[in-house]
Write a protein of this length. Sequence first.
Length: 618
Amino acid sequence: MTSVARALWREVMIRSWQVDRRMTVGVALLVLGQMIAAAAISLALRQVISSVVEHSRTMLLVSVAVVAAAVAMRWIGMYATVMLRGDLADRIGYQQFDPEIQSAAAGLGGVEHLERPEYLDRLSLVVGKGQVLADACWGVNSTVAITGQAVLSLVLLALVSPWLLLLGLFALPAVRRGSPGRISGAAMAAAGDNRLERHLHAVTTRASSGREIRVTGAQESLLAKADSAWQRATAVQLRARWAAAVRSAPGSLVFLVGFGAALVFTAHLVATGRRTVADFVLVASLAGQLQASIAQSGRDYRQTQAGLALAEPLAWLREYCAGQTRTAAAAQLPERLVHGLTLTDVEFGYGSGAGVLGPISVELPAGAMVALVGTHGCGKTTLVKLLHGFYPPSAGEIRVDGVPLRDLDLRAWHARSTAAFQDFHRYQVTLRHAVGFGDLEACDDDARLLTAIEQADGTGVYRMLSNGLDTQLGTLFEAGRELSEGQWQKVALARACMRTDPLLVVLDEPTASLDPPSEHAVFQRHAALARELGAAHGTVTIVVSHRFSTVRMADLILVMEDGRIVEQGDHSALMESDGRYARLYRMQEQAYRLDDEPSKLSDDGFPGAAPAAPSARR
């Protein structure tokens, strides 16, 4: 075992003791009892033969009773051991390991790890495998017990003839298990293809992607790619298993030769009168048990090795999560923003790729409503991700009232933030929870929920649902009600309105799926809400939008291009400067005045393909 596997074994044994001391001791005693029972069976069989030869009825009855009791003890003990060991592994795996793994992964403040293949590969190996990990560690104990039973068998064989100890040498090649590193390495190497196969099959079975797949006719291609990924992953693992089997096969043949030689040698001793028939029965029984122990150890080894192969990914994940988690000594988050958010020479690039943002230096004053405008891909969404702490800047610094964001407890920062992202999630739960997830403690507060829905202009959505807040959304589950894209976005906006004391509010294209009347109503409500939150908590509200008419009410407008801020100021100042913002604002304003004439602007609010007339917009 590697040092990582040994550490995991110690951890599981400690957890087993803490979970149920009596059961842990019971399993240990049952394993010991099976070892003794196996030896007792062989010795009692020897005595049975001796009693028959010596015509000793009493000893015969006693010996038969011992054989029966030992056989019963062994088989009942095996069944009880499997059940009790399985119960311990279930309790440790399902109730401890699995929740801990999921909590550690979900508890990370950022999202950078969710885009790292080395993280996702290891997570895919261990998530939901807590029971396998725990059972593998108990499998180590079984392997030790089987080894002890083999040693005891050799000791008893030596009572017949010391030469029979040589059978142990013949057993060594059989018990030597090769390629543990190759098997665990194969699991790691196949993890990426296994993830790809699951992803492609999931894509082909989801309604959201199913429409496009059927229109394009890509079903067969996607399934073929999924099958290829599965074939590659399976081939890697099969090669490792075949290699292990090939290395083990010669050892089994060597033991069979030794087994046969031991029987021939004992038969010779019996024939020459140096040993009795009872001794031959003892040797045959013990050698058979030794062979069975070797076979059992092989099965246990494969299962144990498969589980212990997860020890390294688990240790890697734990170390990674521990390194990313903020300590309790993090700086205190202010109750109210006084100065606001400060970005100084902030730069960012995804992975090892080129920078996509910065350098950016800007002040976002406390209580201000800030608008970010620019073309797709200019860095607007990336910037708000940095403000949330989802990614650390590649260079520069973000400060919250003068305190570096990296020094704050990200969980506390997220608890005082709220957001409606452009790629919002469609939670297929009840409306109560789909909105209440924005503030879990208020899920049962109907008044809070309805207020948030109203602020998102979602009252119409609420009224159309037969069971109100308790209506199941989506069609994945029975009696679910499907919503339009715009209605789903209103649910997401309502979710973002649940928190009453945020320090940061982000609305990333919050009306992209709404019609113009709803868009106007939402922005009016959020502008008023931003003023209220700003006055009460110094909240900074950031609105990301490509529609200039909706951002003119902002206190500060940041115009972004190629990852940089090229203009900043309020609407009046930017119009007076007659720069890029002013020119594009006038172009978009003119386009919206034309009811039937094609616009000069794309949906981004910048020169490009002409969109539909405003009356035709969703």
